[in-house]
Design a protein around this ligand. Structure first.
Ligand SMILES: [Zn+2]
Length: 263
């Protein structure tokens, strides 16, 4: 983690938060970053060096951005040309839409929200009626659904239900009702070994092979989609976890936060 002490106040504010109606709020993704993520240690251990790891992270972030753009276009009903290396994501989302009824609006996609009481802000992915239930959906392209996603989605869920207002630049969008459920839609592009059934998850940050036989000379088939849609229960418990992260995050950055008048 970069030392926040070397940043100017303005740099710190920009890196870690958003201005909403002239008030600065720390960002949910920055806050949950304070929690150590065991999966990331394996990632760093597998990387050749720190620069290699940083490059892989940048590529993963790029992939995430592309996937969000593809999904946004599909949801908005826009025609898009998806590059062949991302076609599995498009197929996965289309397959998901065949299995679930999803009704959304352009103004419910990637909007900023804030929790005035607990003073944080963030940007969610999609709000939609999922099989008739008003829900928050976060989209991930990770190899699995990590428990850590609970913290982030609980923060959005509580912000939306405290103040059901979305912020679109200076415009405000009032939600018709409260959010009932939260989900993760995980999308991946995979290839399956025709000999042993090993699954190769195709990722720009480096492919990952799961299952199968260790000594197989894998023969991977065509790129296919893989998707998983999971509901997170127990928002109260996860929100407590998020607030604990926030407490620790505020301690870590206490000097800067005092300097900018947040603490
Ligand atoms: Zn194989």
């Amino acid at each position: 983690m970069l030392n926040s002490k070397t940043l100017t106040s303005d740099e710190f504010k920009k890196r870690h938060g958003y201005l909403v109606d002239g008030i600065w709020y720390p960002r949910v993704t920055s806050i949950v970053d304070i929690k150590s993520k065991p999966a990331l240690y394996y990632f760093y251990a597998a990387a050749e060096n720190f620069t290699d790891a940083q490059n892989k992270k940048r590529k993963a972030a790029y992939e995430g951005t592309i996937v969000h753009e593809i999904l946004e276009a599909i949801v908005r009903g826009k025609e898009i040309i998806v590059p062949p290396e991302f076609i599995g994501f498009k197929k996965g989302f289309e397959s998901f839409l065949k299995n679930y009824s999803l009704i959304t609006r352009a103004e419910w996609i990637e909007k900023r929200i804030k929790h005035s009481n607990y003073r944080y802000s963030g940007t969610f992915d999609i709000l939609a009626e999922v099989n008739g239930v008003f829900s928050l959906i976060d989209i991930k392209t990770a190899a699995e659904i990590y428990d850590d996603y609970r913290l982030q989605t609980a923060a959005y869920y509580y912000a939306l239900n405290e103040e059901p207002v979305l912020i679109d630049n200076s415009k405000k969008i009032v939600l018709p009702k409260l959010i009932e459920k939260r989900f993760i839609l995980r999308l991946n592009q995979i290839q399956v070994c025709e000999l042993c059934g090993a699954k190769k998850i195709i990722r720009r940050m480096g492919d990952k092979i799961k299952g199968g036989e260790d000594f197989c000379q894998h023969q991977f088939g065509e790129i296919i989609e893989e998707w998983e849609f999971k509901e997170f229960d127990n928002p109260e418990e996860d929100f407590k976890g998020f607030l604990a992260c926030k407490e620790l995050w505020e301690w870590e950055h206490r000097e800067k936060l005092k300097e900018i008048g947040y603490l």
